[in-house]
Write a protein that binds this ligand. Structure first.
Ligand SMILES: [Zn+2]
Length: 440
């Protein structure tokens, strides 16, 4: 007996069971029924049958957080389906854990997408379970004299291992899915970048410390101060020789407060490797292309400074400037983004984004099919040199002997229109009507 399960997602499996065709019909039917009842249509038991609870022991308990990797529009849609499915089966749940591993999407043989969690960071800090593997020779000896062999692929194998309640938090993962509002599906991940970590705010603005300490009368700033109290931060004052805009801070507060989109961008910059290394360089020397303002990295461009969008948020920015702005073309999307933002290879990425935009794909005429070009017929330089004729059918045909068509004659030069009611569209009637037309 051999059981083939194409993949472990029960919503798409095409389960197949091969039973020895020589077996009696009743036996085959029983095997098929057993297989369908206990395997294909099996309901997840409320409690796992095995008491084997999996516990993770970490060598280093320090929380880790990996930025979600970029996904195409199409991949995101598939990921959402996968996540909804896992959520409904209660295999996963929303999490506020401070440990987060990224996910990877791989292609299954049947072209479907499979979601894997990349636990490499977790594995590095997990204490090894040194359970000895059985000796292969001993295992082979056990097969001596056996006649029937079975291979059995466990359905959703990993989902059957129960995780110890204290270990669940280590296994959480993060996805780049954004909600329509622009927030992360796992909303907890954004503040978490700051929460629990000591944050150093470097500023050239002496007043900031005072601003954060005093009861500010400006309600905007007061709300911002309140928000800052949730985080463990220290302020460091640095004289402003390297910081060109002394007054940028007040502007920054407004931006941060007013716009959660911008705030998310700012928080996520600290997660981007490239930005982090540029920021390091900027701490020591001036850079030709980049500039730091209030600890945030900006790209200099044509006398402007553009906010350097962290890679994790590039899709959101493109979504905001393409999908939410009437699905404009590549050039316009790039231009709009670059009114405030910048990221590497912006044009290529926008091009790709639009190429994968479902709405744009659906509404753009197929460019490969060449459109039949309209050759307008010359209207001539005198009346009656060119005539356009056509038939129009009338909808009601209750009376078969009545005239159901209109024969239409338009003179190309004068645009003079004549209509004739006709019974048919045949040539005889056309010629008869044209004769009448020219008799006048
Ligand atoms: Zn579009």
């Amino acid at each position: 007996m051999n059981i083939d399960i194409s993949e472990n997602d029960s919503s798409i499996i095409k389960p197949e069971i091969h039973v020895n065709p020589d077996l009696p019909h009743e036996v085959k039917a029983r095997v098929q029924n057993l297989f369908e009842a206990n395997y294909v249509n099996a309901v997840k038991p409320p409690e796992p049958a095995t008491e084997n609870i999996f516990k993770l022991t970490l060598i280093d308990e320090k929380p880790f957080f990996c930025s979600p990797r970029r996904l195409s529009y199409h991949e995101k849609a598939e990921l959402r389906t996968t996540l909804d499915n896992l959520m409904s089966k209660k295999v996963i749940r929303e999490s506020t854990s401070e440990y987060a591993s990224p996910i990877v999407l791989t292609k299954k043989k049947n072209g479907e997408t499979r979601m894997c969690v990349d636990y490499r960071t977790l594995n590095k800090v997990t204490a090894r379970d040194n359970f000895p593997l059985p000796l292969i020779e001993d295992q082979l000896d056990l097969l001596t004299g056996k006649k029937y062999f079975t291979t059995l692929d466990l359905k959703d194998g990993f989902y059957h291992v129960r995780m110890h309640e204290n270990s669940v938090k280590y296994t959480s993962f993060v996805t780049p899915l954004v909600r329509d509002t622009g927030n992360y599906l796992r909303t907890s991940s954004i503040p978490r970048i700051l929460a629990g970590n000591k944050v150093k705010i470097i500023t050239d603005c002496q007043a900031l410390n005072l601003t954060l300490l005093k009861k500010e009368t400006n309600p905007r700033i007061a709300r911002w101060v309140l928000e800052m109290q949730n985080y463990d931060y220290v302020l460091e004052h640095r004289p402003g020789s390297r910081m060109q805009h002394v007054d940028a801070l007040s502007r920054q507060i407004t931006v941060v407060e007013d716009n959660t989109f911008d705030r998310n961008l700012a928080l996520c910059q600290s997660e981007d490797q490239n930005i982090a290394s540029i920021r390091n360089e900027l701490e020591h020397s001036e850079q030709k292309l980049f500039e730091m303002r209030n600890g945030l990295v900006y790209r200099k461009h044509c006398g402007q400074v553009l906010f350097y969008v962290p890679i994790a948020l590039e899709p959101s920015v493109m979504h905001k400037y393409h999908n939410e702005m009437g699905h404009v073309g590549i050039e316009k999307t790039v231009r709009n983004i670059m009114s405030s933002y910048w990221f590497p290879e912006i044009k290529t990425k926008v091009k790709n984004h639009i190429k994968n935009c479902l709405k744009c794909v659906a509404f753009t005429p197929d460019s490969r099919r060449s459109q039949g070009s309209l050759h307008s017929i010359p209207k001539g330089d005198a009346p009656f040199s060119t005539l356009h004729v056509d038939h129009l059918a009338l909808t009601s045909r209750s009376n078969s002997s009545a005239k159901h068509y209109i024969f239409l004659v338009v003179d190309a030069f004068t645009k003079h229109v004549k209509l004739y009611a006709t019974k048919t569209t045949n040539a005889a009637e056309v010629i008869k009507n044209l004769k009448t037309y020219f008799e006048y």
